[in-house]
Write a protein that binds this ligand. Structure first.
Ligand code: ZN
Length: 268
């Protein structure tokens, strides 16, 4: 029975860009019913070009391993593809904590060749998606595993992600800690953006939970869309802050200082 009918809503409510694949609500293996208490993170080892070139494979499977091969696909752009609401052939033999079956774990296949660097926007979306799943299931963040932790002798994925760091970022998102995902040290922001009392990078694609919260609040104004709710203080976000400030008769500076925060929070 394909019973994980919440997959799309949970991702959308986390502010992610979501595409629902045809027939996802009825897609799944039938050898058992999903009873998820954990999450397994993968990379596709798929082609280098395109946002989610492995999507068809995730749906139909491959010779010797029928699809679906995951519940979610995660594109290079951070877009979430909802593949199947039922049991998926993704984790296989192995285990994590007290879990040992595909029916115990939600599977996410993130598009990556298996050696390319992760785009920051994709990695950020990965963290946000996993946090949203954990919140929905009411499970501890320690129940999130890499496939290589589930099956150490067989699997390398997801490559180059330190899972203790990853679980730490997930936990930060879940607890609303600022600077949830540590920005790569080698990049210097060229300007900063005031949000509440913290300064965040304006130019580079750095996820910030306060920005995401502000985007969620801005979305309550039908006339003022926040663009994508990506937690990034980019130009679209600034424009939508300015539109909001204009509408409320505030100083239009595009920054979310104390006054604008208060206006946003009293919004609905
Ligand atoms: Zn895998």
């Amino acid at each position: 029975m394909a019973n994980l009918l919440w997959l799309a809503d949970v991702a959308r409510q986390a502010g992610l860009d979501v595409e629902e694949c045809d027939d996802w609500t009825t897609r799944g293996r039938t050898y058992c019913t999903m009873r998820p208490k954990g999450v397994v993170c993968h990379h596709t080892a798929g082609p280098a070009a395109g946002d989610m070139p492995s999507l068809k494979l995730l749906i139909t499977g491959r010779k010797g391993l029928p699809g679906p091969l995951s519940h979610y696909g995660l594109g290079r752009s951070g877009k979430v593809y909802v593949v199947a609401a039922g049991t998926a052939n993704h984790a296989g033999a192995g285990g994590w904590k007290n879990l040992d079956s595909n029916c115990d774990v939600v599977g996410i296949e993130a598009e990556n060749t298996g050696k390319d660097p992760w785009p920051k926007v994709q990695l950020d979306a990965y963290v946000v998606l996993v946090a949203a799943i954990c919140d929905h299931l009411g499970i501890d963040t320690s129940m999130v595993a890499a496939h290589r932790e589930w099956a150490p002798s067989r699997k390398p994925d997801p490559h180059s992600i330190d899972m203790d760091d990853f679980r730490g970022w997930v936990q930060n998102v879940r607890s609303g800690t600022p600077a949830a995902v540590a920005p790569p040290a080698q990049r210097e922001p060229d300007s900063v953006f005031e949000i509440g009392r913290v300064l965040v990078s304006r130019r580079i694609n750095d996820f910030h939970p306060d920005v995401r919260r502000a985007q969620g609040l801005l979305a309550a104004y039908s006339a003022v869309g926040p663009g994508s709710m990506d937690g990034v203080a980019g130009p679209k976000f600034e424009k939508s802050v300015q539109a909001f400030q204009q509408q409320k008769g505030l100083v239009v500076d595009g920054e979310v200082g104390d006054i604008t925060w208060r206006a946003l929070e009293g919004a609905d």
